[in-house]
Design a protein. Structure first.
Lengths: 765, 132
């Protein structure tokens, strides 16, 4: 069918005439992937219907318990079929919608990558694999939302989605790792059986909170919902895909997947019910306020996500059945309606409800698809939406904790959905004449066939609910609840409370629709009086973070050498003193041994030299005092059995003095240091650092000494290296590579110094 | 003796830190010299001291016949002295070149790469003009 439509459709639109023929090939090839995957997943249906599941696992990082394991069960198969099936429709549509876009290839790549990431997410059995795909959807959604990268609005929306869902992703990672530790396994299939253990675990609450943050940011629950309406800056097929089967449903999938493990507690029930209810109602009100068709539709997605979250909060079979059925209903009609709006946008150049009337005469096929999808959205019989809605009411009444709240929220949200369905998919097509600049005309087959097929599925499944009841809904419910469940889907349940609630919904919804322009005016006026909006709060948050970054950079990165050294030395002293205090490592010196006079003389020499070097006003004097220190140190080396070291020290000390003295000839005189600001602070810090070194060194010396390495060198020096000077043998034999490295360092320093001097000389010329 | 050395090292480090915190880069260099001496003495003291017996093996023997000074820290210090010298020589040339280019030894005034927030880069010392 796919390739058939590619050839049978005459290129009516002028834009398509201009296209080179080869441009079509990759697009249609790309459609083959989701189409083949859809068919492939259908082959898994028999296994799933009989209550089985399919699991494939490859080792990835076995030492960390991370494996590339995938599992197909009722829940993941339902999602997989929605992802690939709707993905096929979206790709067919995109090939035509963006036919003349210069980056069509890039777009198709993003879209396919996104589909694969989403598939990996719903099929992953390992927690870490799941998280990797979760993050992949975040990253690729950034690319998709920001596809129109020349527009600053699109870039902002993309970044907002990335930051919000990315932050949620971090929380989720922590939650998943804790979950894995609490359950003793990183495989969902094993964790599901550990529900009681996890719920009784000390870490249960942190796990729940972290996982819910991840799910709520991804699934746009209030107050994290702000990114989703902004994300409609993406091309319409992307919105259709993101809002229907993917991205936002990832959070719902996570809630459903973790249902057997985390659900059933007060915390779970109340957080999901309340967040869901508030999200559903708040978003419906916001949807009513919009004049942009796409934006209105985007807010109803938030409503739907709220409803799904609300029902997943429950343990009742019928409530979960409502969630699963509504998930399928919503995916079908939401994708269809977004594509319809894309058609309207392309055909008329506007999405403003005020200008769009009476399009049905010009775009009959689009109008039919729109109407069918809208009926499903509004929940009219015999569409699947009706069954979904009846289940919702039945489920709401079955929820033990707070049936009135849930039922009330469901009725209100559904009534508002009826109204929005009328605004989005009825009003533009009927009554009046279009007030658009261009003359609208029907889109080509490839662009109405997708919404038509999706809407028709909504009707088919409504008429014959058994098509999905046993194959998808029932296995999915069993997977969510972790026990075998049977549910019957039917259009007619007899006269009961849900039916009465349905009638109430229609009445309420149609009344709202009738007066929706007036309500919109009121809401707009009311909205203008709100102290702030979520989006503005977001901007302020981002601005605040930037200001914080600037402030701390200004504080730490001053560009002043002294400030950096101050920071380094202060941290050094603080860390050493703090760890000495905390670990109680301080040891008082055991004994002050008797020293000979010569020792005291040398020590006094060094101390005097160092002190004079500090206070010296003349450069020459300072160098001399440094020389005194160096010679004193050399004397110490001689006294304590290190003549080799002493010789080197003397040699280097001489070289240093000569070098510094030569440099002095070209450098200005020292200014007296007594005028320096913060002298006392510097002195205090110097004493703190010096004291820290002394105390640490004494603590080291007081510890028993392990001489084994030296003993090895002493024993091996003659037999293995044939040298009697052990120090020399160590340097040129046992640690020859170190010495080689040392020579290399000196060589590099010499080359660098030479080039610096040469550069200075050249500049002078 | 090790304890005395520990105190000595502390004094050297304190002197070197005080010098390195000065604004003049020559004093910074002096501090660097003291610091490398202090580091060498730290290694020496940590390896324990043995008086007047260099780590040598007498002729015809397979190992030292008496307790000799610890050879390992000595080898480490020898490496450290040379590396410290390389570092000092390079820093010295860097200071010299910095003075040639920027005309000052005050580290606070060396703001060519990171100009102060209130001064645009162009008002900082011209690298070519004021070299001499």
């Amino acid at each position: 069918m796919v390739s058939l439509s590619a050839h049978s459709e005459p290129k009516t639109e002028a834009e398509e005439d201009k296209l080179p023929a080869q441009r079509f090939a990759p697009v249609w090839l790309a459609v083959l992937l989701p189409a083949a995957l859809t068919i492939g997943f259908c082959f898994a249906l028999p296994t799933i219907i009989h209550g089985g599941s399919i699991r494939i696992a490859y080792d990835w990082v076995p030492s960390l318990g991370v494996s590339l394991s995938f599992m197909v069960d009722g829940l993941s198969l339902t999602f997989a079929l929605l992802i690939t099936g709707i993905g096929t429709v979206i790709l067919i549509y995109s090939g035509s919608y963006l036919a003349c876009h210069p980056h069509l290839g890039r777009f198709i790549l993003y879209l396919l990558s996104f589909m694969v990431a989403m598939l990996g997410l719903v099929l992953a059995d390992n927690l870490i694999t799941f998280f990797v795909f979760w993050e992949l959807t975040t990253v690729i959604s950034y690319l998709l939302i920001g596809f129109d990268h020349a527009s600053s609005k699109a870039r902002r929306a993309a970044l907002q989605a990335l930051l919000l869902t990315g932050a949620g992703g971090l929380a989720l990672l922590a939650g998943l790792i804790l979950l894995g530790l609490a359950a003793g396994s990183f495989e969902f299939s094993a964790i599901i059986a550990q529900g009681d253990a996890v719920r009784a675990h000390d870490l249960y609450l942190p796990i729940l909170v972290l996982v819910l943050i991840g799910a709520f940011t991804k699934s746009a629950q209030v107050p994290f919902h702000i990114w989703l309406p902004n994300a409609m800056a993406a091309p319409t097929p992307v919105s259709a895909y993101l809002h229907s089967a993917t991205m936002v449903k990832a959070g719902i999938y996570l809630l459903a997947r973790s249902h057997p493990v985390l659900s059933g507690t007060e915390a779970w029930i109340w957080s999901l019910t309340l967040f869901g209810a508030v999200t559903a109602i708040w978003a419906s009100i916001l949807a009513l306020r919009q004049t942009d068709l796409k934006l209105a539709l985007a807010y109803t997605t938030v409503t739907a996500l709220g409803i799904l979250t609300m029902f997943l909060g429950s343990e009742a079979t019928i409530a979960v059945a409502a969630a699963v059925t509504f998930l399928i209903v919503h995916s079908l009609y939401k994708a269809a309606l977004f594509l319809v709006i894309g058609n309207i946008d392309h055909a008329t150049g506007t999405r403003d409800v005020g200008q769009l009337r009476g399009l049905a005469g010009f775009m009959p096929m689009t109008a039919i698809a729109a109407a069918a999808a809208a009926f499903s959205m509004a929940g009219f019989p015999p569409f699947l939406g009706f069954i979904g809605k009846e289940l919702k009411y039945e489920g709401a009444l079955a929820i033990a904790s707070e049936p009135l709240l849930v039922a009330g929220a469901a009725v209100l949200a559904n009534a508002l959905m009826v109204a929005v369905a009328g605004i989005v998919a009825w009003r533009p097509f009927y009554g009046g004449e279009p007030a658009t600049a261009t003359h609208p005309r029907e889109v080509p087959l490839r662009r109405w066939i997708g919404p038509a097929v999706l809407a028709a599925l909504g009707l088919t499944f409504g008429l014959a609910p058994s098509l999905i009841a046993d194959s998808l809904v029932q296995p999915a419910i069993s997977a969510i609840l972790g026990r075998k469940e049977t549910v019957k889907l039917a259009l007619w349940h007899g006269v009961n409370v849900p039916l009465l609630l349905s009638l109430l919904t229609f009445a309420l919804g149609l009344s709202i629709y009738a007066v929706h322009t007036r309500i919109r005016e009121r809401l707009t006026a009311l909205g203008a009086r709100l102290p702030f909006t979520g989006d503005a709060a977001w901007d302020r948050l981002i601005a605040g973070m930037r200001a914080l970054a600037t402030a701390q950079t200004g504080l730490l990165q001053t560009g002043l050498l002294r400030r950096y050294l101050l920071t380094v030395f202060a941290s050094f002293a603080l860390l050493i003193w703090a760890s000495l205090a905390v670990t109680d490592a301080w040891r008082p010196p055991s004994a002050w041994p008797d020293l000979l006079v010569k020792h005291w003389v040398v020590v006094a020499l060094i101390v005097a030299g160092a002190s004079m070097a500090v206070v010296a006003h003349s450069r020459l004097a300072a160098i001399c005092f440094l020389g005194v220190v160096g010679v004193g140190v050399a004397l110490l080396f001689i006294m304590f059995g290190a003549p080799d070291v002493a010789i080197t020290q003397l040699l280097v000390e001489t070289l240093v003095v000569v070098l510094v003295a030569v440099a002095m000839l070209r450098l200005p005189r020292l200014k007296p240091d007594s005028a320096r600001p913060n002298r006392h602070r510097d002195a205090a810090l110097a004493i703190a650092v010096g004291g820290a070194v002394t105390v640490t060194l004494i603590a080291v010396i007081e510890e028993p000494f392990d001489r084994s390495i030296t003993t090895f060198f002493e024993r091996a020096s003659v037999p293995e290296a044939f040298g009697r000077n052990i120090v020399n043998v160590i340097l040129v034999d046992f640690r020859a590579l170190d010495t080689f490295g040392e020579v290399a360092v000196v060589g590099v320093a010499a080359i660098a110094a030479l080039s610096l001097i040469r550069g200075a000389a050249r500049r002078r010329r | 003796m090790e304890t005395v050395l520990a105190v000595l090292v502390g004094i050297l480090v304190a002197a070197s830190v005080y010098l390195m915190l000065a604004r003049n880069l020559l004093r910074f260099l002096f501090g660097l010299v003291l610091l490398s001496n202090a580091a060498n003495l730290t290694i020496f003291a940590a390896g324990r001291l043995t008086e007047a017996t260099p780590p040598l093996v007498p002729k015809g023997m397979l190992g030292p016949t008496e307790t000799v000074a610890n050879a390992l820290p000595q080898a480490l210090i020898l490496t450290a002295i040379v590396i410290g010298f390389g570092l000092l020589a390079f820093t010295l040339v860097l200071v010299y070149r910095g003075y040639r280019t920027l005309g000052t030894l005050e580290s606070d005034a060396m703001r060519f790469a990171e100009p102060a927030a209130d001064a645009p880069p162009s008002t900082i010392t011209d690298p070519d003009g004021s070299a001499l």
